[in-house]
Design a protein around this ligand. Structure first.
Ligand SMILES: [Zn+2]
Length: 156
C-alpha cells in the first residue's frame, strides 16, 4: 500500500495484505452510532488490545491504578498511559471514531479520494487527513495487530 501525492490529490493503492477486500459498507455516521462518545471508543480499544486487563506499554506490568482521562498509572514503573500509546492514534486530537472510519476506508476499500474530500468527510484539514492516512498506512506496514483487529471488527 502506498500513496502518491500530487497537489491535493492522493491516490491510495490497496495492496491486499490481510484479507479479501470488501466494498465500503460503513459510513462515518454508522461508526458514531456504534461509538457515541470517546469513552465507548476507549472501552472498545481496551477490549481489543488488552481483553480487559490493562498492560503497561513500557514495562508490560499488569499492575495499574486507573486515573482520569481513561489513563492508567503503572504501579511498577510509575509511568501513566492509555490504550492508544504505541498506536497510530497516540496523542491524537481527532475523534477516535474518525480514525476508525479511516481505518475502514484504507484497509477495506480500493479507492482513490482527494485529500480535500477526505478532510471534508472527516471534518479535518487536508493536512490532518494526510497525516492520519500516513500513520494508518505505517501501522499496516508494521503489521499492527490493533489496526487489523479494528478493521476485522468493522467487517463483522
Ligand atoms: Zn510500567
Amino acid at each position: 500500500m502506498y500513496v502518491i501525492v500530487n497537489g491535493s490529490k492522493v491516490v491510495i493503492f490497496y495492496l491486499n495484505l490481510f484479507s479479501i477486500s470488501l466494498p465500503l459498507i460503513m459510513t462515518i455516521e454508522d461508526i458514531y452510532k456504534k461509538f457515541p462518545n470517546e469513552d465507548s471508543c476507549i472501552r472498545f480499544l481496551e477490549k481489543l488490545k488488552w481483553n480487559g486487563e490493562p498492560e503497561c506499554p513500557y514495562c508490560l506490568s499488569n499492575s495499574q491504578t486507573p486515573i482520569k482521562d481513561n489513563r492508567y498509572h503503572c504501579n511498577t514503573c510509575n509511568i501513566s498511559y492509555r490504550v492508544t500509546v504505541n498506536t497510530a492514534m497516540h496523542k491524537t486530537k481527532v475523534d477516535l471514531q474518525k480514525w476508525f472510519y479511516l481505518i475502514h476506508l484504507i484497509l477495506g476499500t480500493n479507492m482513490s479520494i482527494s485529500l480535500r474530500n477526505l478532510g471534508n468527510e472527516l471534518g479535518v484539514t487536508k493536512d490532518t487527513a494526510l497525516r492520519m492516512s500516513n500513520k494508518i498506512k505505517e501501522s499496516v506496514v508494521k503489521q499492527d495487530v490493533l489496526i487489523q483487529k479494528i478493521y476485522n471488527y468493522e467487517r463483522e
